[in-house]
Design a binder for this molecule. Structure first.
Ligand SMILES: *Cc1c(COP(=O)(O)O)cnc(C)c1O
Length: 392
């Protein structure tokens, strides 16, 4: 809402309609209709159906891993992956992450131990994890945040030295990698989400990828409660089956993946040039290859002249709806057992990081208008900071 409290001078907001941060990439309706006709004709809706099996294979091929096991959503992917380790004890996990990372571990009966993150990458490093390892530690869960690639090989070395299992929440990092090496094959397994806002969209959905045949067999068994789908001996089963409807959307989304990433990358590059030289704003650089789904900036309030929250507030008045990350932080919403360690970097990031809009609905011109608006806000910072109701 543009009000006298939160706006730049001028009558009309920068965008007539709200520009949402997380836009949904949808395939053409006719394609989905035709795919659904197939589901209706087969009368086969769930239980490892033909589309789910096709998707399992297509995802493994896309990511260059041996196995992908599709499930209902990303949180269940994390929970099943963690449970399939058959461990009890502490798991070291970054405090700067989406709460579902930690909730998945808790559902698997594991005890999360928060670790602070690197100020540049926003992720765990082996050097940050090592001092937290003690006799109760059984695993480490890395998060490949913002479509970047974490400190994977050092974490692998550290975990094998200490006999710890290593798993990843790669929900942000589908189709991301480092040179030729794609995210998906590291540690014991990696979890992905196909939530509507992710680069691969199944409305809701997710998968676990792994190169380990035994792990894949376990996960395929665990995702279904029915004895007819038994591929390994497992501790516990669940209904985490992906439906044919989800798989239909995901397969079409997979066909569009390259085009969506290409368009995301053009918008990212427009953001890079639009925000160039802006004091107090640092744009997070994604991996290459990357999915460019997350346009993330860090605001230095001293150099920019306004806090992250004030910038968000004024942008909202201009109909540009951004998102704070992670707000509240996982360490604040999902309590860990025992005393919370000092997490200075996480605390700072939770106050300074925000995500800007990106997605199919946005033209390059829209990106330029967002950048111009941010520039104008910076120019007007002294005026704006004195307005009543402006967040600290
Ligand atoms: C989206 C996301 C999840 C949860 O995935 P859902 O499919 O929404 O359950 C977990 N971790 C991260 C980092 C995510 O971005």
């Amino acid at each position: 809402m543009k009000t006298s409290e939160n706006s730049l001078p001028g009558d009309s907001p920068a965008f007539k309609n709200p520009l949402h941060v997380a836009q949904v990439n949808l395939p053409p309706w006719e394609q989905l209709e035709s795919s659904f006709r197939g589901i209706f004709a087969r009368q086969y809706f769930a239980n490892n159906g033909p589309l789910v099996r096709e998707l399992d294979t297509a995802i493994a091929d896309t990511l260059g891993v041996n196995y992908a096991v599709c499930v209902t959503n990303g949180t269940l992917a994390i929970a099943l992956l963690a449970r399939a380790l058959e461990l009890t004890g502490d798991v070291i996990v970054p405090a700067f992450t989406f709460p579902a990372t930690v909730q998945g571990l808790l559902w698997a009966g594991l005890n999360p131990v928060y670790c602070d993150v690197d100020p540049d990458t926003h992720m765990l490093t082996a050097a940050l994890v090592e001092p937290l390892i003690d006799s109760k530690t059984v695993a480490v869960m890395g998060v490949n945040l913002w479509g970047k690639v974490g400190d994977i090989s050092n974490l692998e070395t550290l975990c094998s030295q200490h006999g710890l299992a290593l798993i990843f929440d790669s929900c942000h990092a589908f189709a991301c990698g480092h040179g030729k090496c794609m995210v998906g094959g590291a540690g014991r397994g990696e979890a992905f989400s196909f939530h509507a806002t992710k680069v691969l969209n199944a409305a809701e959905g997710g998968c676990i990828t792994t190169n380990d045949p035994e792990m894949a067999a376990r996960l395929k068994t665990m995702r279904c409660f029915h004895p007819s789908e038994t591929f390994a001996t497992v501790p516990l089963r669940f209904n985490a089956k992906m439906s044919e409807a989800q798989a239909a959307l995901a397969l079409l989304s997979l066909e569009q993946l390259d085009a969506n990433i290409h368009a995301n990358k053009s918008r990212y590059q427009a953001y890079v040039s639009g925000l160039k030289g802006m004091p107090g704003i640092r744009l997070v650089e994604p991996a290459e290859p990357g999915n460019y789904q997350y346009i993330v900036i860090c605001i230095d309030r001293h150099d920019f002249g306004l806090s992250r929250d004030a910038l968000m507030y004024v942008l909202a008045g201009e109909n540009i709806l951004c998102r704070r990350h992670f707000y509240p932080g996982a360490h604040q919403v999902v309590p860990a057992k025992g005393r919370l360690p000092e997490l200075p970097v996480t605390e700072l990031l939770c106050q300074t990081v925000m995500q800007l809009p990106n997605g199919q609905q946005m033209a390059l011109n829209d990106v330029n208008r967002v950048c111009e608006t941010i520039r104008l806000i910076h120019t007007q910072r002294d005026y704006l900071s004195q307005l009543q109701g402006m967040p600290e």
